[in-house]
Design a protein around this ligand. Structure first.
Ligand code: MG
Length: 255
């Protein structure tokens, strides 16, 4: 069931989104060669505490997961696409880091992910990260009232195709509201003009995930969570929660 949000509810989602953006900014400022994902997870725990929020990730156990998620960030390094556990492994020069954060503030969810590189980037990694951000921008630009869901997926998919990246089969964005994963699903592939019509009040997370090797299949670690590229190539993941309004898309997860 799709629940469209009122302007007042979108304002509340915007406040939750600001907390997510602050967590990302503070982690980005701290992340460097030698940092661990556990340290970045601790930073987000502190941000969550300061705002009286809670984590949408910690303890989360969807149907596919054998154990509850152990952190407040998904920490996905190099060939990990999404859902990596924060650990004590120090980052090394050139690591490609993707971090996803979901928080709940006053009962409303904010959800966003960033990709970046610590130390000196390999050119192909810098390109992969930039193109994944470009795809997010393209997906958001397509999220106009009156457009259709397929327009968003097509915009994202087109960027991947242009550069030969793979999109993992079946993973994509989702509705956001009082729950982190609401209807509708927001695929990263699509046909222009197809799918449900986008109407004001729809709040969705748009989240391109690109795999450099160009494949669409992936592996899942024994932990049941960690999604990796099947060929060992690197992956990037970017995400914003946005509201569709009569005036166009509004990003909720910026500061
Ligand atoms: Mg997310």
């Amino acid at each position: 069931m799709i629940v469209r949000k009122t302007a007042k509810e979108i304002a509340s989602l915007r406040e939750a989104g600001r907390v997510v953006a602050e967590a990302h900014a503070r982690m980005r400022a701290a992340a460097d060669v030698g940092s661990t994902m556990r340290q970045l997870d601790d930073i987000t725990r502190e941000v969550i505490r300061e705002h009286g929020a809670t984590s949408a990730f910690l303890g989360y156990q969807p149907h596919f997961a054998p154990t509850p998620f152990p952190g407040v960030i998904c920490a996905s390094v190099n060939d990990v696409v999404v859902h990596g556990f924060p650990d004590d492994e120090p980052l090394v020069d050139g690591d490609l880091v993707s971090i996803d954060v979901g928080i709940i503030l006053d009962g409303w969810v904010g959800d966003a992910a960033v990709s970046f590189i610590v130390g000196e980037a390999r050119p192909q990694d810098a390109a992969l990260v930039q193109h994944t951000w470009d795809a997010l921008d393209a997906g958001i630009a397509a999220a106009q009232p009156g457009n259709r869901m397929g327009d968003i997926g097509h915009a994202i998919e087109s960027v991947a195709q242009q550069h030969g990246y793979g999109i993992p089969d079946g993973w994509g964005g989702h509705g956001v509201g009082r729950d982190m994963h609401e209807d509708p699903s927001v695929p990263n592939v699509g046909t222009p003009g197809r799918g449900m019509q986008l109407k004001p009040g729809l709040v969705i997370a748009i989240e391109p995930m690109f795999m450099a090797g160009g494949r669409t299949d992936f592996r899942i670690d024994d932990d049941g969570w960690t999604v990796r590229t099947s060929d060992g190539s690197r992956a990037a993941h970017t995400e914003h929660t946005i509201a569709i309004t009569a005036d166009g898309p509004v990003v909720l997860t910026e500061r």
